[in-house]
Design a protein around this ligand. Structure first.
Ligand SMILES: Cc1ncc(COP(=O)(O)O)c(C=O)c1O
Length: 360
C-alpha cells in the first residue's frame, strides 16, 4: 500500500480497491492464463468486459436507450474536432461558452472546421466565474451549444446546466464526469477523457443521443465518425482494451460505493472542508468566485509566492504529492476526484495549517 496522497489533476488516482483487483488479475485474467491486454477484443471474455462496463455506466447514469455509449481512443482532445465534424457543416454556426483553458482549446479546434460564435466569456474576469445563462448571446440557429462543465485548470464548475432549446447541449465533462448525478436526457452529447474519474488516459467515453449520430460530413474519416463507432460498438478498429477493462473496474467500484449520489455527498464534503480552510486563513487564497468553485479541482495561491516552493517541498515530505498548479496559472491545485479519500483532504488541511502557523 502506498502512503502517498496523490492530488494529481490527471492522470490521477485510481481507487486502491480497483488497483488491487487489477494487480491480482494482471498476469492471469480469471484463470485464462493470460492478461486482459493479451486477448482479442473480439474474444468472448473481452466482449463480456466491454458489455458489463457499458451496462454499469448506463445504470450509474440512468442513461436511456436513446443514447449510444462509445469507448474511443484519442482522449478528450479528439472530441474537440469530432464534435464539429459530426454535428455541423463548414457554413453552420455553433455556439461555445468560454470558461477558461479547456473551453478555449475546444473553441480553437472547432474554428478550424466551422463557424464559432463565442456566446459568453469570463476572460476579462480572469476566468474566476461562469457567465450566467441569461447573459449568453446565443445564435438563432446554432447546430449545438458547447460548454466545459468543469475547468480542470481554473477550477470553475457549472453547478447547473441551461436549457438551450432546439440546439443540443454538448458538454466536455472530462473532469467532473461521474462525480455527481446528472439528468442525462438534457444533453445531446457528453464526452469525458477517462483519466480523472474513470481510468487511465487515452480512453474517452462519449454519450451521444442517437438522432445526432450518423450526420457527419461526407469526407469525414471513418475513425472520426460517431456513426461508424456506434455501428461497430466502438470496435471499428482495436479499441484500447486494457483501459476499457480498467474503466469497467472503476464503474463496478462506483456502484459498490453507492453510485453517484454517494459520490456527490463525499465530493462536496471534501471540497467544502478545503475551501473553508482556505477562506479562514490569512495565507491562502482561492482565485475563484464562491458560486463557481469546483468540487473537483481546487486551485489556490499563497499570499507570498516565494513561499510556494517551500510549501510544496514540505508537502512532498509529508506524502502529499502533485499539488503544484498548472504551468499556465501557477500556485497550487488539489484535485479531489472520486478516488481521493477524505483522509487525504484532512492531511492536506493539516499541512496547510501547520505551515501557516510556523510562519507566525
Ligand atoms: C476539461 C478537459 N477537457 C479536455 C482535456 C483533454 O484531455 P486529453 O488530454 O485526454 O485529450 C482535459 C485534460 O486534462 C480536460 O481536463
Amino acid at each position: 500500500m502506498s502512503n502517498v496522497f496523490n492530488f494529481s489533476a490527471g492522470p490521477s488516482s485510481l481507487p486502491p480497491a480497483v488497483m488491487e483487483v487489477a494487480r491480482e488479475e494482471f498476469r492471469d485474467y480469471r484463470g485464462l492464463g493470460v492478461s486482459v491486454m493479451e486477448i482479442s477484443h473480439r474474444s468472448s471474455e473481452f466482449m463480456e468486459i466491454a458489455e458489463r462496463a457499458e451496462a454499469d455506466l448506463r445504470e450509474l447514469l440512468n442513461l436511456s436507450d436513446d443514447y449510444y455509449v462509445l469507448f474511443l481512443h484519442g482522449g478528450a482532445s479528439l472530441q474537440f474536432s469530432m464534435v464539429p465534424l459530426n454535428l455541423a457543416r463548414i457554413s453552420d454556426t455553433v455556439d461555445y461558452v468560454d470558461t477558461g483553458y479547456w473551453s478555449t482549446k475546444a473553441i480553437s479546434e472547432a474554428k478550424r472546421l466551422t463557424r464559432v460564435n463565442v456566446v459568453a466569456t469570463s476572460e476579462d474576469q480572469n476566468y474566476d466565474r461562469v457567465v450566467g445563462f441569461p447573459d449568453w448571446r446565443l445564435s438563432d440557429s446554432a447546430r449545438y451549444v458547447h460548454l466545459t462543465s468543469n475547468e480542470t485548470i481554473g477550477g470553475v464548475q457549472f453547478r447547473e446546466f441551461p436549457d438551450t432549446g432546439h440546439a443540443p447541449l454538448v458538454v466536455d465533462m472530462s473532469s467532473d464526469f461521474l462525480s455527481r448525478p446528472i439528468d442525462t436526457c438534457r444533453f445531446g452529447l457528453i464526452y469525458a477523457g477517462a483519466q480523472k474519474n474513470v481510468g487511465p488516459a487515452g480512453l474517452c467515453i462519449v454519450l451521444i443521443r442517437k438522432d445526432l449520430c450518423g450526420n457527419e460530413r461526407g469526407h469525414t474519416p471513418s475513425l472520426l465518425s460517431y456513426g461508424v463507432h456506434a455501428r461497430h460498438k466502438s470496435m471499428f478498429n482495436t479499441p484500447p482494451t486494457y483501459n476499457w477493462y480498467l474503466a469497467g473496474l472503476v464503474l463496478a467500484w462506483l456502484k459498490s460505493e453507492g453510485g453517484l449520489v454517494a459520490m456527490e455527498t463525499r465530493n462536496r464534503r471534501k471540497a467544502e472542508k478545503l475551501y473553508a480552510a482556505i477562506d479562514k486563513s490569512d495565507l491562502y487564497h482561492s482565485p475563484v468566485q464562491r458560486p463557481y468553485r469546483s468540487m473537483m479541482n481546487v486551485p489556490f495561491t499563497l499570499l507570498e509566492t516565494e513561499l510556494e516552493s517551500r510549501f510544496l517541498a514540505i508537502a512532498e515530505r509529508r506524502g502529499l504529492s502533485n499539488l503544484k498548479g498548472h504551468r499556465s496559472v501557477g500556485g497550487m491545485r488539489a484535485s479531489l476526484y472520486n478516488a481521493i479519500d477524505e483522509k487525504a483532504v484532512d492531511a492536506l488541511i493539516e499541512h496547510m495549517e501547520s505551515f501557516e502557523k510556523a510562519l507566525r
